[in-house]
Design a protein around this ligand. Structure first.
Ligand code: HEM
Length: 257
C-alpha cells in the first residue's frame, strides 16, 4: 500500500482482502493463500504432526510438557497464557529446528556477485577458494534444514530432539540470519514467512489441546517412519509409500491422577 513503490509491487485491495478473508482456513492450509507460490502445502499441520512424532520418541519430554500445560487452569487459554509457557515454547522451537516443515528453498541471483566465505574450501580442481562467484540468473539453493542442524553451529548433538537446549543456546547460532529463533525455518530477509507469528500461536494452541487430552505412542517401529518432501516435509511409512502421507499413532485419553 506504500505510495513510494511501483504500482506493480503493491498489493491490490483484492489481494489484501483475499489474505485476510482466508484466515479462517489458514489453520489447516496455511499456504493456500499463496496460490502462485506454494499451493496447498500445509506447513503448520505438518509441523504439529512432527511435534507429536518427536514426543513419542522422547516420553520424558512428553510427560514434562504435559505437566507444564496443566499449570494453566483452563482448556481454552488466552494467547498470553500460551506464550507464557517456557517448555511449550522450547518444544515448538526444537520441532521447527529438527523437523523444519520447509527443508529448503531456492532463489535466483538478479546480478553477478562475489560472496566471501567464513572458511575457505578446496574446489574440484584442488584449488583453495575463499569466496564464491555467482553469476546473474544462477539458482541459489538455501538448505534450511541442514543449517538448522549443523554440528558446527549447534554442537555434536545437533540432530537430536532436545528442547532443553533452548535454555542456553550456543553463541554460534546467533549468526543464522533467520527471521525467528536463530532458525531458518521461516527463512530470513525481505521475503521471509509473513505468517510465522500466527503459525507459532496456532501450533502452541494445537499442541496444548492435544497433549493435555491424550498420551501418544508411535504405532510402528520408528525406522518405518520416513520423510518425503514436495516443498513441505511429510511423514510416510517405508513399507507403505504408495499409501501417501501418514503417521500412525496410538492415542490414549490422558487421565490425571
Ligand atoms: C510452521 C509453519 C510455517 C513455516 C515453516 C513456514 C515457512 C515459510 C518459508 C520457509 C517461507 C519462504 C519460502 C520461500 O520464499 O522460498 C514462507 C513464506 C511465506 N509464508 Fe510461511 N510458513 C509457515 C506458516 C505460514 C502461515 C500460517 C502463513 C499465513 C498465515 C504463512 C504465510 C507465508 C507467506 C505469505 C509467505 C511469502 C512471503 C513473501 O514471499 O513475501 N506461512 N513461509
Amino acid at each position: 500500500m506504500s505510495t513510494d513503490i511501483p504500482e506493480s509491487q503493491r498489493l491490490s485491495d483484492e489481494d489484501v482482502l483475499a489474505r485476510s478473508s482466508n484466515s479462517a482456513y489458514i489453520c489447516v492450509w496455511p499456504h493456500r493463500i499463496l496460490q502462485r507460490f506454494q499451493p496447498g502445502h500445509e506447513t503448520t499441520s505438518s509441523a504439529t504432526v512432527w511435534c507429536l512424532f518427536a514426543l513419542t520418541q522422547a516420553p520424558e519430554v512428553q510427560r514434562k510438557l504435559r505437566e507444564e500445560l496443566f499449570t494453566i487452569s483452563t482448556d481454552t487459554p488466552s494467547m498470553d497464557e500460551l506464550m507464557s509457557l517456557p517448555y511449550l515454547d522450547a518444544v515448538i522451537r526444537e520441532t521447527l529446528r529438527v523437523h523444519a516443515p520447509v527443508p529448503a528453498t531456492i532463489r535466483v541471483a538478479t546480478k553477478d556477485d562475489v560472496i566471501p566465505l567464513n572458511q575457505p574450501f578446496v574446489d574440484r580442481n584442488g584449488e583453495t577458494q575463499d569466496c564464491i562467484r555467482i553469476s546473474e540468473g544462477s539458482l541459489i539453493f538455501i538448505p534450511i534444514l541442514a543449517i538448522n542442524r549443523m554440528k558446527e553451529l549447534w554442537g555434536e548433538d545437533s540432530f537430536e530432539f532436545k528442547p532443553e537446549r533452548w535454555e542456553s543456546i550456543p553463541e554460534t547460532v546467533s549468526s543464522i540470519p533467520g527471521v525467528w529463533g536463530h532458525l531458518l525455518s521461516f527463512l530470513g530477509g525481505p521475503r521471509s514467512c509473513i505468517g510465522y507469528r500466527f503459525s507459532l500461536v496456532e501450533m502452541k494452541a494445537l499442541v496444548f489441546t492435544l497433549v493435555r487430552a491424550f498420551e501418544y505412542e508411535l504405532a510402528v517401529p520408528p525406522e518405518e517412519v520416513t520423510k518425503k518432501t514436495s516443498l513441505v516435509q511429510r511423514p510416510f511409512l517405508r513399507s507403505e509409500l504408495d499409501k501417501g502421507n501418514q503417521m500412525p499413532l496410538l492415542v490414549k485419553p490422558y487421565r490425571r491422577s
